[in-house]
Design a protein around this ligand. Structure first.
Ligand code: SF4
Ligand code: SF4
Length: 91
């Protein structure tokens, strides 16, 4: 019984996927999110936003594990970490 519950819990957990969105106009390129992300999801963009900053982009959002370190580290509230069911948002 316990094994079955563990298997079910693992299966439910494995279905969690996350989508990380960065507001490129709010980002001030401080780099905190890049520093704290254990999954190397972020990279600095090769363009400037209208305020003259090079915003970060969430280029490997599929690697996100949902720890939300980036969310809490960002001083400009530029990051959203959205939880989705596996398969959601994919075409
Ligand atoms: S939630 Fe965690 S793993 Fe996902 S992008 Fe933010 S810091 Fe990286
Ligand atoms: S922590 Fe926020 S403001 Fe700083 S680089 Fe990341 S998204 Fe931009």
């Amino acid at each position: 019984m316990k094994e079955l519950l563990v298997k079910m819990a693992n299966k439910l957990q494995s279905k969690k996927v996350y989508r990380v969105e960065v507001d490129s106009e709010a980002c001030k390129d401080c780099g905190y999110c890049i520093a704290v992300c254990p999954q190397a999801v972020f990279r600095q963009a090769d363009y400037f936003n209208t305020k003259g900053y090079r915003p970060v982009q969430s280029i490997l959002t599929q690697q996100c594990v949902g720890c939300r370190r980036c969310f809490f580290a960002c001083p400009d509230f530029a990051i959203d970490v959205l939880e989705e069911q596996a398969g959601e948002g994919q075409q």
